[in-house]
Design a protein around this ligand. Structure first.
Ligand code: DX5
Length: 243
């Protein structure tokens, strides 16, 4: 799975020989200048860009849809990661791939046909992920794991940016990492999303995360995006003992 869709790029850091990718979530960006903010993230070294799609049913919020994915596709060369927090996501995966999505993650809790949906995403040429809400146990992944490129562990209850990281997620991360190793599936990306900051990043990547989503810590600050992403890189280098 490439860091940037248009070129082979250097991931933001490596821990235990695992590349760690950074995926800023545009949910916290200033939508009045979204393209500019996305390009600033790309220039500052982000690897992916996450787009949180919410339908007001699966989660108690309504966010963005296809036109935003198309606009971001025109703006950056990054891997566009669509996190679908919608019911029956299978209805829309083809539209999101057509709009420019490179990775599509659906919630295990949102569809009755997870295997068919994952197969469909991959047939469309995108990579496929499954997300688990904080209270959904890892056993929900048992059958679908071999078909996945990515597992997303929500570290907040989905629907809003700016929430606090749920601390028990780190133990869930460690258990997932062990499960993947035991099944020879270490190739699968382990993504964490919600409440990730420069000051809890080391714990999260040492617990086994390889793909980091961050919204308010990157966009919703007084600092320019280049500085906030720089802060994440330094925290990762610290975590890797490389600084
Ligand atoms: C929440 C979204 C997250 C959110 C993360 O449901 O899935 O991607 O934007 O924002 P922070 O990093 O502020 O928790």
């Amino acid at each position: 799975m490439s860091a940037r869709h248009s070129e082979v790029a250097v991931p933001i850091a490596e821990i235990d020989n695992r590349p760690i990718l950074l995926a800023p979530s545009v949910l916290s960006a200033d939508f009045a200048r979204l393209g500019e903010q996305a390009r600033a993230a790309e220039e500052a070294g982000a690897d992916w860009l996450q787009i949180d799609v919410m339908d007001g049913v699966f989660v108690p919020n309504i966010s963005v849809g296809l036109p935003i994915v198309e606009a971001l596709r025109r703006s950056v060369g990054l891997t566009l990661d669509c996190h679908l927090m919608i019911t029956q996501p299978e209805r829309y995966v083809a539209d999101f791939v057509k709009a420019g999505a490179n990775n599509i993650t659906v919630h295990a809790e949102a569809t009755a046909h997870l295997h068919r949906t994952i197969q469909h995403i991959k047939e469309l040429g995108a990579t496929a992920g499954v997300a688990l809400n904080p209270a959904t146990p890892l056993v929900a992944l048992e059958e679908i794991l071999p078909y996945l490129d990515l597992v997303l562990l929500m570290s907040v209850n989905p629907g809003f940016g700016g929430q606090a990281y749920i601390p028990t997620t780190s133990d869930k991360l460690r258990r997932l990492r062990r499960l993947l190793a035991a099944r020879g599936l270490d190739r699968i990306h382990v993504q964490v999303d919600g409440g990730v900051k420069a000051d809890n990043l080391a714990e999260i990547v040492q617990a086994g995360a390889t793909n980091i989503v961050a919204g308010s810590a990157i966009f919703n600050t007084r600092q320019p995006v280049a500085e906030t992403i720089g802060g994440f890189r330094e925290a990762l280098l610290d975590a890797a003992g490389k600084r």
